[in-house]
Design a protein around this ligand. Structure first.
Ligand code: ATR
Length: 277
């Protein structure tokens, strides 16, 4: 069946002003010679259900959903992938040509691809991982690490109870106190920051990397700035690092495929387009 809907999608969030996703999709539209549009949609939580139902009727092929709609978007879909169910949230919605709604979560895929491409030879299965944070991003990281075979995950969050709730849903995850985060690095293969600490305008992430083994890989999901305090400190110790921008780029790829039927590249030109002035 040919799909004659226009090449239109967007990203729903509240607030949405800072989203870099439109640049990302505009770059891919250019590369593929497609007359597509990807628009930021500022949708208040109380308006979410109405807008979500209306978008397919306006010809949208799909939307990305971000804070605070990710859980609602999953709950209101007609079907969902295993990843979306396990993570408990959706970031990629496909409005099917028959009018039904499919939900996926590509954040874990984004994390996994970013690490695979940014750190060739590294494997989550190499040893235990330390994950900082217990929000939506941390959920996706736990799923990605578990799928990739991490033998043990040590989870630390300022609010310990939130880490405990999260750990209860993921076998192999143990909770460590926020104050014990530096000591937990002993013997680990991977450290991932999934808190908002280190972001421009937020407090810095304070963690002593003295206990980190030489081969440990450090990944910060924060990408504004690209060289966060954590990435800079890790590099100074000779540790391998992967910045967070690649996760944003990779998580968008399955959406482009599902909505527009072409497989876009994640490369230097895309990074430049997203980072550009
Ligand atoms: P996201 O969906 O992007 O993960 P989130 O759900 O707001 O965003 O999660 C933010 C994370 O950063 C949480 O783990 C939060 O810790 P709490 O659960 O204790 O709130 C963490 N975070 C934010 N500010 C922090 C700070 N000043 N110190 C320590 N952790 C902080």
């Amino acid at each position: 069946m040919t799909d004659d809907r226009p090449l239109v999608a967007g990203v729903m969030g509240w607030p949405i002003g800072h989203s870099r996703s439109p640049r990302l999709f505009d770059h891919w539209f250019r590369v593929h010679g497609m007359a597509g549009r990807y628009v930021p949609l500022a949708v208040r939580p109380e308006d979410f259900a109405e807008v979500y139902r209306a978008l397919p009727r306006a010809g949208f092929r799909g939307v990305n959903v971000t804070v605070p709609h990710k859980i609602d978007a999953l709950a209101r879909a007609d079907r969902a992938t295993d990843a979306a169910r396990a993570i408990g949230a959706a970031n990629t919605i496909v409005f099917e040509a028959d009018g039904s709604i499919s939900a996926d979560n590509t954040d874990a895929y984004g994390v996994a691809r970013n690490l695979a491409e940014g750190a060739p030879g590294w494997s989550a299965a190499d040893g235990p991982a330390v994950v900082l944070g217990a929000g939506g991003a941390a959920r996706a990281v736990l799923f990605a690490l578990r799928e990739a075979g991490a033998p043990e995950i040590r989870l630390a969050n300022r609010t310990r109870e939130k880490a405990e709730v999260l750990a209860a849903g993921f076998p192999g995850v143990t909770v460590v106190d926020w104050d014990e985060r530096a000591g937990a690095l002993s013997g680990t293969a991977t450290l991932i920051n999934a808190t908002s600490l280190g972001m421009t305008g937020a407090a810095p992430l304070e963690i002593d990397l003295g206990a980190a083994p030489q081969g440990m890989l450090v990944n910060d999901l924060v990408y504004t700035p690209l060289a966060t305090g954590l990435i800079t400190a890790a590099r100074a110790r000779g540790l391998r690092t992967v910045d967070g921008l690649g996760m944003l780029l990779h998580q968008a790829r399955p959406a482009f495929r599902a909505w527009f039927g072409a497989d876009p590249a994640v490369d230097g030109a895309l990074r430049d387009a997203v980072l550009g002035p």
